[in-house]
Design a protein around this ligand. Structure first.
Ligand code: PEP
Length: 261
């Protein structure tokens, strides 16, 4: 049984004060609804400046903090980058790798993503590896091919026994920040294909221990349809994660949906 996971990607949003205000409200709601025993793992990935404050606020609580990116080296002359050692030192447990905005706006390719995944694992961080097709690729009927290719390349430096420490987020690029979510059946099919790819590469049954999330315009009103699918373990949430009440509702709906499965 895989633990459901709901992760927030705040992107370049929230000052330290705003992050702390979110955290206070979110913890109040979470602990009024079961706190420690809440059966959905929650991860918040703020901008780097807010990581230490959030780690301090969530210490001993049922909420983990993640980075939104990392560089694969431990230290050195890499102006503007952040290392896995620094993320761990600040208290992060997770790190988003290969988000489509980084691939598109900052020229990240699969080779770089693979090195980042390796480095995260080497330093005890759980990578949330983002894959997904563009609208053009979908229209050309290449969704499976593109996602399979990304999974094969991005996990090329991973060992089979490390699969349980990895999370894959299937995020169709055309669904991110557009308000147009994928059809749950379509997302489910792609995620099944991702699982089959992982089984082919790492051995039969490996993907039973791999959490795969859906991401792209998730909100409290549509999360249920995704979470009812056995192959979908959670969501990576952008815009709707900025509001503590809405983000909590997404986690709550996820809990209810998985309780039905
Ligand atoms: C994301 O950025 O990973 C994302 C899924 O964004 P949104 O929920 O806003 O579509």
């Amino acid at each position: 049984m895989r633990t459901p996971l709901i992760a927030a990607n705040w992107k370049m949003n929230k000052t330290i004060g705003e992050a702390l205000s979110f955290a206070g409200t979110f913890l109040d709601i979470l602990y009024s609804q079961g706190g420690e025993s809440f059966p959905v793992e929650i991860v918040i990935c703020p901008p780097f400046t807010a990581v230490p404050a959030l780690c301090a606020t969530f210490a001993g609580k049922n909420v983990a903090v993640g980075g939104q990116n990392l560089y694969w080296e431990e230290k050195g002359a890499f102006t503007g980058e952040i290392s896995p050692v620094m993320l761990r030192d600040a208290g992060c447990k997770y790190v988003i790798v290969g988000h489509s905005e980084r691939r598109r706006l900052f020229a990240e390719n699969d080779e770089m993503v693979a090195k980042k995944v390796r480095s995260a694992l080497d330093h005890g961080l759980r990578p949330i590896v983002c894959v997904g097709e563009t609208l053009e690729e979908r229209d050309e009927g290449r969704t499976f091919e593109v996602c399979e290719g990304q999974v094969r390349k991005d996990l090329s430096l991973v060992k089979a026994q490390e699969i349980p420490s990895i999370v894959i987020a299937y995020e169709p690029v055309w669904a991110i920040g557009t308000g147009k979510e994928a059809r749950p059946d379509d997302a489910g099919e792609v995620i099944v294909h991702i699982r089959e790819t992982v089984n082919q590469v790492f051995g039969p049954g490996t993907s039973q221990n791999l959490r795969v999330l859906y991401g792209g315009s998730v909100k409290s009103s549509n999360i249920r349809q995704f979470m009812l699918k056995e192959e979908i373990d959670g969501a990576l949430v952008g815009g709707a994660s900025l509001d503590p009440e809405e983000f909590f509702k997404i986690a709550l709906e996820s809990k209810k949906a998985k309780a039905k499965n």
